[in-house]
Design a protein around this ligand. Structure first.
Ligand code: G
Ligand code: G
Ligand code: MN
Ligand code: NA
Length: 254
């Protein structure tokens, strides 16, 4: 069978899984959020990462049902974590433009939030620059409608696309996520440090929360602190973890 029909089947057979990557608050040193990252436990090929099937899901439209599965599972796991007495965490879910455009997004999200009994304010959607900047009037309407449910938006892979500052300021975006390509080069490349610092300053000036991705070393973290970055995500803090390991990490810190 081709990968598309296999993915269709995977959705029915519950072969998908979510891993969660913790996000660290640099001010308090606490974990304050998670990013949900989808995985496919393929019966023959093993664990597949999103770049091996998300593009296909986007082309075929399967990303829409897949995305609802992701949101539903993430909300369920948030409740599971609460049930274990852990403090509430923000949950960030990646959203493709195709999902964002789906006419059922608002009603489905509303239903899922009700079903899972989660306050929408703990949910965050990560959109890429290219998605957000495309058709701003329609994009804004959708963002405002979802915002009514309390959902916040972050701009993912910030710095790699092209952001018009006009849109940055006029769309209801709460967070910038600095792409890991900038963060990773901070050791050896002064210009990368300057870019990261400039992006953090920009976020401060626009009153946005700023998250650095791809934080892989103590030195990265120290520089980000120095520049006033709010939050950090990356292997230095934790890899994306399956739910049970995440729970252990949150309780024992390793
Ligand atoms: O884990 P990593 O390889 O795990 O993720 C790679 C990319 O896949 C990320 O850039 C992320 O934006 C995207 N991605 C991960 N999970 C999802 C998801 O549930 N939906 C969508 N649309 N993209 C995702
Ligand atoms: O594009 P997006 O930011 O949504 O994708 C997150 C991706 O980055 C996932 O594939 C995740 O596994 C990966 N990732 C998370 N932390 C690190 C890190 O510290 N270094 C690298 N190279 N990749 C990371
Ligand atoms: Mn992301
Ligand atoms: Na990113």
């Amino acid at each position: 069978a081709d990968l598309e029909s296999e993915l269709r089947r995977a959705l029915r057979r519950d072969e998908l899984d979510l891993h969660y990557q913790p996000r660290l608050c640099l001010k308090t040193g606490n974990i304050l959020g998670l990013e949900a990252l989808v995985r496919w436990r393929h019966p023959e090929r093993g664990l597949l990462t999103p770049n091996e099937f998300v593009p296909l899901a986007e082309e075929s439209g399967l990303i829409v049902p897949l995305g609802y599965w992701v949101i539903s599972r993430a909300l369920r796991d948030m409740q599971w974590l609460r049930g274990r007495g852990l403090p509430p965490l923000h949950m960030a879910v990646n959203l493709s433009f195709r999902q964002f455009q789906d006419s059922q997004l608002l009603s489905t999200l509303n239903r899922l939030i009700q079903e899972r009994g989660v306050d929408g304010r703990w949910l965050e959607f990560e959109l890429t620059e290219t998605a957000v900047m495309r058709r701003s009037d329609q994009v804004r309407k959708t963002m405002d409608a979802l915002g009514q449910l309390g959902v916040r938006f972050s701009l993912d892979d910030f710095g790699t696309g092209f952001s018009s500052f006009v849109h940055l300021n006029s769309l209801p975006i709460a967070l910038l996520k600095i792409d890991r390509s900038f963060v990773g080069g901070m050791h050896d490349r002064p210009e990368n440090r300057q870019l990261v610092k400039a992006m953090i300053d920009l976020a401060h000036n626009l009153n946005l929360e700023v998250v650095a991705e791809g934080v892989e070393t103590a030195e990265h973290l120290a520089l980000l602190r120095l520049y006033g970055c709010h939050q950090a995500q990356g292997y230095w803090i934790s890899r994306p973890l399956p739910l049970a390991e995440l729970a252990r990490f949150l309780v024992f810190g390793s």
